[in-house]
Design a protein around this ligand. Structure first.
Ligand SMILES: *Cc1c(COP(=O)(O)O)cnc(C)c1O
Length: 421
């Protein structure tokens, strides 16, 4: 049976504060988000339903946390089964799934060791701490002097140390004093990284592809050059694959596209199967071994429920069919978006796998936010990044016809806008 997004002609919902349909004027919720005015009550696969019974195609997929769609049956079954045995032990005791989880993820990613955490930010914090401690214990730099080279436009999370790595005023301003020890250089510029590295440098920490920035893809030789530079200068290469990892790019990791292996890789989002937060740092034994008992930890990190879901996530990725699907559907996505550039509806597109950043043609006078509101009014949920850029990252499990439908609606919305000019 053909599924349909509840379609058009309705006036788009406005996002003007105070006149939205659902946003309460006297909300007791802290205002640190400005979500689209859609109140979701259920989800299945690529589809979600709101309180009014309208259905939408989810083309954000929880920023890649829902790579396998909503309530993937295998993942829900793994979680349900685990709920009936044991859910939390803390790391004070062992449990039977932690080692199998670590083996599954390291084997999937071709790495030697795993340290489990919960959220992405915690995984990045863990990578920063491990890199610094490796710098002091192994590389032998003077205590308290470690520097880490990071990239402009990056997004690594929201903790006070992580916002200290950011040059985005919205993310950073008002939260000082900032954690020292970070040097920000332009993304995609390996020469700038080489210049910023000195004898105090313990790590270069970047996203292989910048997600929040609008799916920014660096030059093809960027990661290979960073790998060579890090080898030469005895510096760790740390890749944040929390959004790019686990199938999104058509490969298991984005770094696979460049043929490099980082010393440390952060994973999150999709690792929790859209059910609960699960993150990890995977990488070289020599590096992660510096975090000895008592030096780092997490009450919930690697809990039995997280491990059960994480193992089921890895099981979905081992055959490679979802990665291949992301690549195949991704090339269709690219073809259709490039046609929209040729038609003058989009100014530019950047795609890799089933992941796209698109810049709406400025002459249409639509912000990314307004575009997303129009899309939502027509049954497609997507998210603006900034300016007139929106990101499409549907579940890797999306049906081809549903992807087509989402792109039909995007085309229609932009054509109607152009006709109204
Ligand atoms: C989302 C994200 C994070 C932070 O993850 P949280 O789970 O929100 O803490 C870190 N790095 C990247 C690249 C991300 O996309």
């Amino acid at each position: 049976m053909r599924k349909h997004a509840d379609v058009p002609s309705a006036t788009p919902r406005t996002a003007t504060p105070g006149v939205t349909k659902h946003a309460a004027n006297l909300s007791v919720l802290a205002p640190n988000y400005n979500p689209l005015d859609v109140v979701l009550v259920s989800g299945e696969g690529s589809w979600v339903t709101d309180v009014d019974g309208r259905r939408y195609l989810d083309c954000l997929a929880g920023y890649s946390a829902l790579n396998f769609g909503h309530r993937h049956p295998g993942l829900v079954a793994a979680a349900q089964e685990q709920l009936d045995s044991i859910t939390l032990t803390s790391r004070a005791f062992r449990h039977d799934l932690l080692e199998p989880f670590a083996r599954a993820v390291t084997s999937l990613t071709g790495t030697e060791m795993l340290l489990p955490m919960n959220t992405g930010a915690e995984a990045v914090e863990t990578a920063v701490k491990a890199s610094r401690k490796w710098g002091y214990d192994v590389k032998g730099i003077p205590d308290g002097t470690a520097s880490i080279v990071v990239a402009s436009g990056a997004f690594h999370g929201r903790t006070t140390t992580i916002v200290s790595m950011s040059d985005d005023p919205e993310t950073r301003d008002g939260f000082g004093p900032y954690t020292p020890g970070f040097r920000i250089v332009p993304f995609g510029d390996a020469d700038a990284v080489a210049e910023a590295v000195d004898e105090t440098t313990v790590a270069v920490l970047v996203e292989p592809i910048q997600g929040e920035s609008g799916v920014i893809i660096p030059p093809a030789d960027y990661l290979p050059r960073l790998r060579a530079l890090c080898d030469e200068r005895n510096v760790l290469l740390v890749l944040d694959e929390i959004q790019s990892g686990l199938g999104r790019t058509g490969t298991t990791l984005a770094q696979d596209l460049a043929g490099v292996r980082a010393d440390l890789t952060t994973l999150g989002k999709a690792l929790g199967g859209g059910i609960l937060p699960v993150s990890a740092v995977v990488g070289r034994r020599e590096v992660l071994s510096v975090l000895t008992p008592g030096t780092h930890g997490s009450t919930f990190g690697g809990n039995p429920l997280a491990c059960a879901v994480g193992i089921a996530v890895v099981d979905l990725l081992v055959p490679g069919t979802l990665q291949a699907r992301a690549a195949t559907l991704g090339s269709e996505l690219r073809t259709r978006l490039e046609a929209m550039v040729a038609e003058g509806l989009l100014a530019a597109v950047r795609t890799v796998g089933l992941w796209a950043g698109l810049d709406v043609e400025p002459s249409l006078g639509l912000s990314g936010r307004e575009t997303c509101e129009l899309l939502a009014a027509h049954g497609v949920l997507a998210k603006d990044t900034h300016g007139s850029t929106i990101r499409l990252a549907p579940p890797l499990t999306i049906e081809r016809e549903d992807l087509d439908l989402a792109l039909d609606i995007l085309t229609k919305v932009l054509r109607e806008r152009r006709a109204a000019e």
